[in-house]
Design a protein around this ligand. Sequence first.
Ligand code: HEM
Length: 335
Amino acid sequence: MIADELARYPEDVEYAHKFIDRLKARLEERYVDPEQTLRDFHSKLHGLVKARFEVMADLPPELAVGVFSEPRSFQAWVRLSNGQNMVRPDEDKDVRGCAIKLMGVEGAKMLDDETQTQDFVLVNAPVLGIKSVKEFFEIQSAMEEGFLSLVSEVLNPFDNHVRCMFMLNKAMHECANLLECDYWGVGAYALGDKAVKYKLRTSRDAASEVPKSPDQDFLRQRLIADLDDGDQRFDFMVQLRTDPDEMPIEDASILWDEEVSPYRKVAELHVPAQRFDIDERRELNQRMSFQPWHATEAHKPLGGGQVARGIIYREMADFRRRRRGVEPHEPHPEE
Ligand code: HEM
């Protein structure tokens, strides 16, 4: 990551390092056998699936930037996950992750561990309610210290986190089918010299319901059945930041008003029918890393929280892979 970005956000960098120490200790405690180590957040994998990312033709100049600059097709991987930091039954309320990695992307990258990828890291909630990495760190720490500590942190009269807890709670919801969700990038990203937020819109109706006595992995089972049946499609959209006062970059807990600036479609994500529930994919999942800073400068993540995420994901992906004894892997289109 570019040194300038780190220098601009000293408090976020400081809390990123505090987070890393805490997350490493948590993984060491949880996985006594290091070879079993999973990601800290988004531990549970539903599926790592192959996809094609098709950029639309005739985009207006303000959107035809970076990977969207011309109509073309990128090979991609999509990792679908539950957000919690441990593997829990799918019926639990949670945030679901959808991380997309385009391959064969030319140009210099913000991080040097991958050379030809562009990632879009999304969840099925438009906001998580977290104002800053400091706030998220304080809540996570208090949660680990127990109920009383959490209550006193949340209600701290000088710096209370009531709004954050309320919004986090709202973001965690039931999910009946991963292919029937919309997903958002939550934080802001560059689009050349402009700023945008990302959204992935499902093409399906929300027809599924959570089963009466659900299997703990029913989301994966539905994904297997749906991808056995046929191809699936999502629309990838961006929302331009048109009003700097009402559309802040530093506080990702504030929604940008869609009446002022609607989401506009720039690409389609096609997930072809496939068999993905195989050991080879599960192993690849352990070797791969998705992160917002796997990006060209045209799509650079914006704001202090994103800088912190860049440092945390880089360090934690390396840490979990070292513990498992697997080599990092940047996938290529021809594989
Ligand atoms: C400061 C706040 C955050 C922290 C500390 C954090 C931390 C983490 C960590 C440690 C991982 C696992 C990385 C790895 O081992 O490869 C992760 C994954 C993930 N995070 Fe965050 N995260 C934060 C904010 C967010 C936000 C705002 C989003 C919204 C899009 C998000 C979405 C995801 C997703 C989808 C994954 C899974 C990526 C994959 O499939 O590999 N996170 N996060």
